[in-house]
Design a protein around this ligand. Sequence first.
Ligand SMILES: [Zn+2]
Length: 453
Amino acid sequence: MGSLNILWQVRKLEKAQRRSIHEIERVRAERFGRILKHALTNSRFYREYYGDHGINLDNAHEIPIERIPTIDKNFMMENFDDFVCDPKLKRAELEKFVSDPAHRCRSYLGRYHVVHTSGSSGTIGLFIYGPGDWDILMAMVLARVTRTRINFRRKIRMAYIGATDGNYAGISLAGYAPRFLYRFLPLHINSPIEEIVARIQEFQPHSISGYSSGAYILAKEQLAGRLRISPKKIVCSADHLTPKIRETIRRAFGVDPVAFYAASESIAMAAECAAHQGFHLFDDWHVFQLVDKDRNPVPAGQPGRVILTNLYNYTQPLIRYEMNDVLVLNEEPCACSWPSPTIQSIGGRSEDFLWFDKPDGTKDFIHPLVMVEFMVLGLRKIQVVQTQRNRLILRSVLHGDRDVVCERIRRRMHEVLKSKDLQNVVEFDIEIVDRIENDPKTGKYKLIIPFKP
Ligand SMILES: [Zn+2]
C-alpha cells in the first residue's frame, strides 16, 4: 500500500502547487481542525493540557489558533508516553530501540519510523511517524524537493552523505526512499575522506543528497581531480548551503544544487524552486507562525522564531510547537507560479567543526552534526570542549546510573573517533555536570567550544 499511496499523494501535491493562496488557506484550516480534534481524542497529554486552558472537543473549532497554548521539545519529551497517540509507543522502549546499532534504519514494531535528534536545544528528542504520515512526507519530498520523475524501468542511483550511524532525520528520509525508484548508497560523513571518495566513485550516482558540507567536500575532491562522477541532481539540507558552497558545487559538477528546509519535527518543510528566490513553505501541510520573543507575530521581512504545526503526523501530533529556528518571510511573491510564500534563508545552527592534527602532518575533522546527533541511553545533554588541539572534554548531563552511562558515552565517542581513524590521535575525558549554561555572549546553548590557540 505504501508505494501506491505515495504515488497518489505525489499527484495530489503536484496539483496542490497550482492552487490559489485562498484555496491553500482553506485546506490548511481544514487540516488544522482535523489534527486538533485527533489530538484531543487520542492524546491524553493534549486532552489534559488543553483542558487546563479551557479547550475541549466541543469548543476547539471556535478557538483562534493564536490562543492555543504552545509546547516545546522539553515539555513534549517529559510527557512523551501520554503525548503520542498510540499507547504502544513508550519513551523508555524507544530510547532503547534507537540506541541499539542493530536498529539503524529499521522500523519500530514493523510500522513506525523513529527519528531522534538532540537538535539545537541539546535535549534529546524522539519523533515517530506512522505509515500514513510517512507516505505524505515522502510524497512531499518526491514532488517538491527532489522532483523525481517516476520511471519504473530505470532506478535512480542515489548517494547520501551525512551522519548515517543512527536513526537521524536525513538518513531516515534518504534510506527509506522508495525502493521501486532508487538504489541507495549511504556514506558516513565521519568516515575517512579517501574511503568516501572510493565508494562514491564506484557507485557513480545519478543524484547526491545530504549535508551541504558533505556535497562541498565531494565537490572539492572532484575539482582536485581525485574524484570523477557526474551527478545530475544535488539536494542539500542540514547545514547551510552558502554561496561559496553553491559556487564550488556548480564548478565541480555543473549542477545547480537545491536546498531544502528539514528538521526532525518535519523532515520536509520548504524547498527552493528553480527561480532561487528563497524557499517555498509547504504551507498546505504545516502551519508556520513567525513570532518575536513575546510570541507576537512578526511581519514579512523581519526575523521570527517558528512556531510549527505539523498537519500530517497523526502519531505524534505537533501542534503550536516552538522551534529554535529563526526564519524571515519574503515580502514579494516568487517569480515562479507556485503561490506558497517563500522564506529568505534558514538561520539554522552554526556550530564549529572540530579539527585535529594527525601525526603525518595532515588534518581531519569531526563534523558538528556528528556531535549534534551523539546519543547514548541516559545522556540528557552534552557539550564538547576542545581544550587542546587533540584533546576534548565531554561535559555531560546524565540520567540514570552514572558509571553505566559514562561507559556508554566512552564507547560511543571511541566509535566516532575510530570511524575517522583518530582513536590514537585524540584523547577525551567525560566531565559530569548538573547543567550546561548557555553561551553568555549569545544567550544560546553552544554544543562545541573549539580550541583557540
Ligand atoms: Zn518560486
